[in-house]
Structures are given as C-alpha cells and as structure tokens.
Design a protein around this ligand. Structure first.
Ligand code: NAP
Ligand code: F7E
Length: 343
C-alpha cells in the first residue's frame, strides 16, 4: 500500500514542491486546506490534481484531529504558517497562534490519534506517525556565530522568529516526552518562481520583469545591506523528506553555506535581464524592519554527512530562473497576484 503523507501549507511555495516530490516517490498525498472559499485551494487542485484535500485550520484543534483520523498518515509535514516576517509585527498575536500554537495543535492531534498517553508516553497500536516541523533560520536572528549550525543559540528578532522558536522547542519536547518521531528542519531562505510576491527575491524578479517590459520604471526596496543564504525550494523539500526517512529523529540545518546581500541579489537580477539596477532601484526607510536580521549563513555539514543532502541549484541559476519565469508570466498576460505562485 502507498505511504500516506499529510501536508499543512499545501497552497504555499513549499507545499507545492513537496507534494510533487512525494507524488513522484509514490506517496498518497493529502493537503490540509483552510477556508470556505479559498481561491488558492482551487488553483492548487487544478495544478496538483493528484493531491487529496482535507479541510482544516491550524487555529482549530478539532479540525486537525479529524484530519489525522481521516487521512491516517504515515508522515505529517507541518508547513502551514504566517510566514512573512513584516506581517508578524502587524499581527503578532495571530502569528503566535498560527506559526507557534499551530505546532502544538498538530502535535497534539498526532499524539491523540496515535494513542500516546501523557502518563506512559508510549505509542499505541495505531503505530508511529512521523512529524516534520518547518523551523527557520529566523530563530538565529541576531547571530552569535557564523555559519550557523544545529547548536547555534537562538536570538529571534521578530514575532515570527519567536513563534518559530516555540514550535521548534515544542517539537523537541514531544520527541523527548512521548518518544515521537518528531523533527525540525532549520531551513534558510529558499525561493523559486512560486515564491510569494511579498518576499524580496520575488519582488525583485517581478520588478525586473515589469521594468524590462516597460510596465514601470522604478523598484522600491528597503535594506540593501542585509545578507541571506538563498537556495532553491525544489532542493530543500527533498531534505524534509529525507529527515523523515532517517534511522533516528534529529534536527538539521538546511542551506547552501553561501551568503549574498540584497544589493547583490538586485545586481544579479537586473544583469540577467540586461538592465542597470542603479537607474531603477530606490530605497525607502519605511520598508526597513523594527529589528533586522543582518546576516544568515548555514553550515549544512550535518545534513550532507547524515542525509546525503546537497543543494543543486546555485544562486545565479536561481535568480536567472526566477527572472525568466516572471518575464514569461507577464508577457503571457498573467496576473502575478493570481498566478505568480504557479507559473
Ligand atoms: P508560504 O508560501 O507563505 O505558505 C504558507 C502556508 O501556510 C499557506 O499554504 C497558507 O495557506 C498556510 N496557512 C496560513 N495560515 C494557516 C492556518 N491558519 N491554518 C493552516 N494553514 C495556514 O510559506 P513557504 O515559503 O511555503 O514556507 C513553508 C513553511 O516553511 C512555513 O512554515 C515557513 O514559515 C517555513 N519556512 C520558510 C522558509 C522559506 O524561505 N520559504 C524558510 C524557513 C522556514 P492559505 O493559502 O490558506 O493562506
Ligand atoms: O527578506 C530585506 C529584508 O522578506 C529578506 C521567510 O520565508 O526567510 C524569509 O524571511 C531580506 C530582509 O525574507 C525588502 O529586510 C530589503 O533582510 O525575503 P524576505 P526573510 O525576512 O528573510 C526566512 C528564513 C523565513 O523563515 C521566512 O518565513 O530582504 N529587504 N528590501 C526586503 N524584504 C522584503 N520582503 N521587501 C523589500 O522591499
């Protein structure tokens, strides 16, 4: 019988790549989708026709228990979150509820449905469901060392980073308290043509495409000096799957080990389209964050050694892929707000 996976955040960037990867591996894939008439769900159904949909919300404990009961998954990937860092200051409480408490609700759903009692901590007859939590390099925040490893201290700089740290420690706690196969992937920034238009890589590549096609002349950005370790989402979802196939439940840092500034990202994207960025980019203090994460750079040695995982797509290839995709999208008359995640 096919192994069964349940993915929260199925309508997001990573949910789509992970679903494709698991379908290729022969899994029966279920996506948890929220809302009564969520347009991203119908778009996902059209493009990932083989994914089964189960309704549920990370804010609603009962809905998660029902979803786990119905799907009877072998593996659960918790990718659902408020994931845009600036929004986490605007809606800090909602971020705590979805990105932080949502992890507790999902773990509880798995614990209850697996028959693991609080007192004995042992798995019941329904077997062990393996759980993946989407942790984030934002937990490192104001970094204490570079590059960052699995043992680097956390100093989150946003309500998002704080909520992720809660989810991370809770996953570790359920592993220790109940013997659950529960792991966290500490993923550094990963991008793709399906990235939301609010994140800086996609904002830049869409801006480049609009300028190239004469639709606008200017791109307004915040802090150009921030540095990130950017990789390709399609590579990173493979690491999520590998973590759940490992012999023992452990956490892993996933990134490329190379850092670029937003300025270098901008230069690469404009150059890929034959444009001079300095003629088009303006900076705006209003787009700076209350507290910035100045730099992030992964040390992915453990994942390479224990999982055999390596990123395949380089920074330059990633930027070129995204610029090309956005030029095609706009040339074909696509609406980035509607279609951008699904070229
Ligand atoms: P994304 O594109 O923003 O997707 C977020 C997903 O969360 C969407 O499918 C959204 O569904 C869902 N969601 C939001 N609120 C929900 C709720 N109340 N209940 C259930 N689902 C809800 O994020 P991504 O880039 O794919 O990232 C996937 C995960 O990895 C996230 O947890 C993110 O925080 C984490 N992460 C991302 C990166 C990165 O660089 N991409 C790095 C480290 C960690 P709707 O369509 O219903 O809104
Ligand atoms: O910002 C700077 C901004 O919003 C990157 C999420 O997936 O990765 C992501 O979080 C950098 C920051 O991603 C603009 O100040 C400059 O320093 O693309 P971003 P993020 O905040 O790093 C982590 C790992 C996650 O877990 C998150 O879910 O770019 N920046 N100018 C800008 N950023 C944006 N968005 N827009 C600008 O105009």
């Amino acid at each position: 019988m096919a192994r069964r996976a349940l993915i929260t955040g199925i309508t997001g960037q990573d949910g789509s790549y992970l679903a494709e990867h698991l379908l290729e591996q022969g899994y029966e894939v279920w996506g948890l989708a929220r809302g009564q008439a969520n347009p991203r769900v119908s778009r996902m159904r059209k493009l990932l026709a083989d994914v089964h949909v189960v309704r549920g919300d990370l804010l609603d404990q009962g809905s998660l228990i029902s979803a786990v009961e119905r799907v009877q998954p072998d593996e659960v990937y918790n990718l659902g979150a408020i994931s845009f860092v600036p929004m986490s200051w605007e809606q800090a409480e909602l971020t705590a509820e979805v990105t932080g408490m949502g992890v507790l609700r999902m773990l509880e759903a798995i614990r209850v449905c697996s028959g693991v009692s609080r007192s004995s901590g042992s798995a019941g007859s329904s077997g062990q469901i393996r759980f993946y939590q989407a942790s984030s390099s934002e937990m490192f925040g104001q970094v204490s060392e570079t590059p960052q490893t699995e043992s680097t201290a956390f100093h989150p700089r946003s309500p998002y980073g704080v909520a992720k740290a809660y989810g991370h420690f809770l996953t570790q706690n359920y592993r220790e308290s109940y013997g659950m196969f529960a792991v966290s992937g500490i993923l550094f920034n990963h991008e793709s043509p399906r990235r939301g238009a609010e994140f800086v890589t996609r904002k830049v590549t869409l801006g480049v495409a609009r300028i190239k096609l004469g639709l606008t002349a200017q791109l307004r950005l915040g802090n150009l000096e921030a540095r990130r370790d950017w990789g390709f989402a399609g590579d990173y979802v493979k690491a999520m799957h590998l973590m759940l196939q490992a012999g023992s439940p452990e956490d892993y840092v996933i990134g490329t080990g190379r850092m670029k500034s937003v300025r270098e990202l901008v230069e690469a994207a404009f150059t890929a389209a034959g444009l001079d960025w300095e003629r088009h980019v303006v900076t705006d203090r209003a787009l700076h964050r209350p507290a910035e994460v100045d730099l992030l750079c992964a040390d992915p040695k453990k994942a390479r050694a224990q999982l055999g995982w390596e990123p395949r797509v380089s920074f330059d290839e990633l930027v070129a892929m995204m610029v090309e995709s956005d030029l095609r999208l706009l040339t074909d008359g696509g609406d980035p707000d509607q279609d951008s995640s699904w070229p």
